[in-house]
Design a protein around this ligand. Sequence first.
Ligand code: DI6
Ligand code: FE
Length: 407
Amino acid sequence: MTDWDLLLTDARIATMRSDSPGFGVVEDGAIAILDGALAWLGPQTELPGKTAAVTRSVAGQWITPALIDCHTHLVFGGDRSAEFEQRLQGASYEDIARSGGGILATVKATRQTASDALFESAMRRVRMLEADGVATVEIKSGYGLDIDSEIKMLEVARRIGTSSSLTVRTTLLAAHTVPPEFIDDADAYVDLICSQLLPLVAAKKLADAVDAYCEKIAFNADQVAKVFGCAQSFGIPVKLHADQLSDSGGASLAASFGALSADHLEYTSPSGVKAMASAGTVAVLLPGAFLTLNETQRPPVDELRQQNVPIAIATDCNPGTSPLCSVREAMALASRLFRLTPQECLAGATREAAIALGLGEDRGTLETGKRADLAIWDIDHPRDLSYWLGSPSLAGLLIAGRDVSLP
Ligand code: DI6
Ligand code: FE
């Protein structure tokens, strides 16, 4: 019998612990893993005299917590790359939506696509995330917008979790946009979500959270409040697409429900930021959508910092506004577009993203007792993870202490 399953030596470690300054660096470090969790971590000179079944030197490479993508819509049918070309030629997101494209085009395609095909196409995107160091991913529904299709999307998301080593957190986003059948009666659709869909999703335990899109082109605050009240009656936590295109009071609304996170936030007011701070709601910033929509209004990063609101970063992977399958790239974009420091970017894709998913106790930093989800990088310094663009540098990924084979 050995004390540990695996001992990694000769490592430079960025623990990302909130009680350590900067990246929480341990030079000349070692990490011991037992039963999928971190059993010991520290300078190699202080290593206790214990035995490990396997000892492996990482030869001076950097180890960070594995990355966490806390906001994606990566299960969808169809393809909207032609819309991208139209937009490059001057058509607006709204023009395209009015001519039958946009989000409703994805809804139509997703409804028509069988579960297996949705699964296969989503797995391609999941593998891309994994190849870039992701061990935990959130996946939303929201392109079904009827009972069967929303359930189908959530089941596909659950299947991704059971057929890969990644942890998948599922989110019901039935209140993404008003489906064609209810175009003149959004309230009736909200009633359907509350009276039929949510009870079914809760009974089948298909959603770890409930999300909504609070925007002029989607649902108003009263409608969102109704969905959130219903989610909470089933004990399901909530989160919100808030203030992406206008200040619709989304951040304050999310905070008033104690939301896990409020996401986008380009137009959030100082009072919205204060409300998030009091509620402990994480700010999830999505630079891929900001870039793709040619947005110029930046989220209120200085206010978020002043109010100590945790800032997470995610891909928002979706076929319309953020065709992005790399958290590394999201970090690189966030540093440039939102002027986050490389340290904030890495914390945003690890520690704060874990909190945004309600998993802060369990992962997101490297400390004893947490899951052994580790990324090993061929880099000179953790700031390189935000500095370099389009440069895959993942040298290894361990999920719950086990090696994931990378493509
Ligand atoms: N905000 C977005 O940017 C996406 N959804 C959302 O709530 C857009 C999704 C799409 O265009 O397919
Ligand atoms: Fe989104």
